[in-house]
Ligand binder design. Structure first.
Ligand code: DQA
Length: 140
């Protein structure tokens, strides 16, 4: 089965962006670790990052036909995007929400997620390890 891994705005700068919060690993590093783990678990994986809300919505539409699950870090859109929530609500397989930081210990505007009500699981505050944990959800 194929799992889509979707990352939202500014995560292309992972490793350079506020490393005290998000760590020094780049998105390419994280994707390489995930690809290795996916292989071990017998999963196909497709990565996508965009700084554009509509591009993420359209990738979720594509996932409707092609994916058995979605791992998504919507980044700032977590806290703003009804459009991403609506798109995820058209997807008929599990969704796992990932945040590198613990959004609940940060500014109040990060405490609410539009996506959480739709997600089978949420991982936050485990750094980039959260993405690997999310992948394990789809094992077996
Ligand atoms: C984030 C948390 C969001 O509040 C923030 O806007 C991000 C990254 C995280 O992974 O911790 O861009 O989703």
């Amino acid at each position: 089965k194929t799992i889509y891994v979707l990352n939202g705005p500014n995560l292309n700068l992972l490793g350079k962006r506020q490393p005290e919060i998000y760590g020094l690993e780049t998105l390419a590093d994280v994707e390489a670790r995930m690809a290795k783990k996916a292989q071990e678990l017998g999963l196909e994986i497709e990565f996508f990052q965009s700084n554009y809300e509509g591009a993420i919505v359209e990738k979720i539409h594509e996932a409707r036909e092609k994916a058995a699950g979605i791992i998504i870090n919507p980044a700032a859109y977590t806290h703003t995007s009804v459009a991403i929530l609506d798109a995820l609500n058209t997807f008929e397989h599990p969704v796992i929400e990932v945040h590198i930081s613990n959004i609940h210990t940060r500014e109040a505007f990060r405490h609410h997620s539009f996506v959480s009500g739709r997600a089978e699981g949420i991982v936050a505050g485990f750094g980039t390890l959260g993405y690997l944990v999310a992948l394990e959800y789809f094992a077996g």
